[in-house]
Design a protein. Structure first.
Length: 264
């Protein structure tokens, strides 16, 4: 007989400053992903709003705040708008390859440039080569790196302009972390292209969703996630399609907090 599936043990982190809403504290609930059923557990937890970081699955569990909500794009029904179609046409020459989850110095250097440009004071700013290798390679589930390279004519590998660490779940692709040449004038909008590529990639293999992590209503930093429609949000009663009204409305107290942050 096989051993019964054991219910995981969950833990809660100590409160720390919220990276999205100033003046608030964040707290996470998490569990370890290990053993022969790690993939199944990650799939199940992903459907109820958990995200993976190395061998840990976590989700926000903040006292008195539910601003962070999980979002996922319905891949089969996605229709790019005019701007998105233009981005797809502009980058049809890129060589896109799904590689095994193995860290390279080229990827790390691209990550360093990305962080310096987009998140200079963020929690990942001090990540070294070993930290990056841990992020990529310490995965107990089916993970891979999607690389985006410029074309060449001599058979050599082209310049790496984007990459994404991705998990393949039973019901979709989960974009764990993407990074790219943020200041490349010849390749603007690479972040948007990477998301669209994952949507099309998911659709091509019959996976219904692309998980984009958490979205905070009213946050300018998170607004890009709602450009990919239809998109579902996870609420108290389960997953539901996000409407235009829901995407733009923020509670008065949240608007006040975010405005103060933007003016600082």
């Amino acid at each position: 007989m096989t051993a019964p599936f054991r219910f995981p043990r969950f833990f809660v982190t100590s409160p720390s400053p919220c990276p999205y809403l100033p003046g608030r504290q964040e707290r996470k609930v998490f569990t370890e992903l290990n053993g022969p059923h790690a993939g199944e557990l990650n799939d199940a937890l992903g459907r109820i709003g958990f995200r993976r970081s190395q061998s840990v699955a976590y989700r926000p569990s903040c006292a008195g705040c539910t601003a962070c909500v999980s979002v996922r794009v319905v891949a089969a029904d996605f229709v790019p708008n005019a701007t998105q179609r233009k981005q797809l046409r502009r980058n049809t020459d890129l060589e896109v390859t799904a590689c095994r989850a193995w860290a390279t110095d080229e990827q790390y250097q691209l990550l360093r440039r990305y962080l310096a440009s987009r998140h200079p004071g963020g929690g990942m700013a001090e990540m070294d080569e070993r930290d990056y290798a841990d992020m990529v390679e310490h995965s107990p589930v089916n993970s891979f790196i999607v690389e985006y390279r410029e074309p060449t004519t001599d058979g050599t590998r082209g310049r790496l302009v984007g990459a994404c660490l991705t998990d393949q779940q039973v019901d979709g692709l989960s974009m764990i972390y993407s990074f790219f040449e943020a200041n490349d004038r010849e390749r603007p909008g690479m972040g948007n292209l990477i998301i669209m590529d994952h949507i099309l990639r998911s659709r091509a293999v019959g996976l219904p969703y692309v998980y984009l992590g958490y979205w905070v209503k009213g946050s300018e930093r998170m607004a890009y996630k709602t450009r990919y429609r239809p998109i579902e949000v996870l609420g108290p009663t389960g997953w539901a399609l996000l409407t235009d009204e829901d995407a733009t409305y923020a509670p008065p107290e949240q608007r006040h907090v975010l405005m103060a942050d933007e003016l600082a």
